[in-house]
Design a protein around this ligand. Structure first.
Ligand code: SAM
Length: 303
């Protein structure tokens, strides 16, 4: 019952399983490609924050038949193997991970760098936006080391209050920067994707992994003239595509009967695994606060 209701509520979740994608996010990248032809001529790509791996699945299918095709996928979490994808488990904000990624592209730069990174959302919007911006800047920093001139960078972005500052920073490195919202990304979510095409760093720019790109004393309200950059917003995905905020009946439009499909690749070692094990063994008792001892009339602290 529960499983079926998720299929009904989230059509892209259901289609992802039925099409063998590890996550519904695959449709976001496919719809971005439909609009911007991101994969045209792409042989080498980096997938940052890649787990469980649906973007890597899409990318590896695109580069599979190319000689010298290469996809490098990176995530904090372990990811089940994918044919033809080099995997690195690490934090993209760490120097050691960045160095490991870069060494795969020495002498043969990448055509495309994508980053679908999302921090664990706290619900405190300013904190979430800040963390997201840090991930994006870490990804951009890596991109400046591995991208070929003219290459493309696509990264998840939270359209928060200070997003203009990020756009201005991206615009320094790319001839075209747009903000795109694929149909498979819910309207209720502040996520969108910065699509940056035509990698063209300023003359004399030397990539430097130790240089943070976000200067904390930077006030975006002081940006003016060419530094203040307003990006076009593009809603992408065919108008006839499914609406990610709607529920759909389970029987298909062609009249065929609905059949439940299990997830393509269940998580291999999710962070909640230990908590599930403890809960199953009844070992996940909540620690009582001092005031709760009184309320619960517990006169002795548990041993
Ligand atoms: N694009 C993926 C796909 O299609 O399967 C989904 C990515 S998921 C929305 C976001 C991922 O970002 C998570 O797997 C998370 O572990 C990863 N992530 C968050 N912070 C990270 C960091 N600092 N370094 C590497 N990965 C990170």
């Amino acid at each position: 019952m529960g499983r079926t209701s998720k299929d009904k509520r989230d059509v892209y979740y259901r289609l992802a399983k039925e099409n063998g994608w590890r996550a519904r996010s695959a449709f976001k990248l496919l719809q971005l490609d439909e609009e911007f032809q991101l994969f045209q001529g792409v042989k080498r790509a980096v997938d940052l924050c890649a787990a469980p791996g649906s973007w890597s699945q899409v990318l590896s299918q695109k580069v599979r038949n190319q000689s010298s095709g290469r996809v490098v996928a990176v995530d904090l979490q372990a990811m089940a193997p994918l044919p033809g994808v080099i995997q690195i488990q690490g934090d993209i904000t760490q120097l050691s991970t960045a160095k490991e990624i870069i060494q795969h592209f020495e002498g043969c730069p990448a055509d495309l760098v994508v980053c679908d990174g999302a921090p664990d959302v706290t619900g405190l919007h300013d904190v979430d936006e800040y963390m997201q911006a840090q991930l994006l800047l870490a990804a951009l920093n890596i991109a400046t080391h591995v991208l070929k001139l003219g290459g493309c960078f696509v990264a998840k972005i939270f359209r928060g209050r200070d997003v203009t500052l990020l756009y201005s920073q991206l615009r320094v490195f790319f001839s075209s920067v747009l903000c795109a919202k694929p149909k498979s990304s819910r309207n209720s979510s502040i996520e969108a994707f910065a699509v940056c095409q035509g990698y063209d760093p300023p003359e004399g720019f030397i990539p430097d992994l130790t240089r943070p790109l976000l200067d904390h004393s930077y006030d975006f309200n002081q940006l003016d003239g060419p530094a203040r950059f307003i990006v076009p917003f593009v809603a992408c995905g065919d108008l006839s595509a499914y609406d990610s905020d709607r529920s759909y009946p389970l029987d298909l439009e062609d009249g065929s009967e609905y059949k439940y499909t299990p997830p393509t690749q269940p998580p291999i070692s999710p962070p909640y695994q230990e908590a599930c094990r403890l809960k199953k063994n009844g070992q996940l008792a909540k620690e009582l606060l001092p005031q709760e001892y009184a309320i619960n009339k517990v006169d002795k602290l548990p041993q």
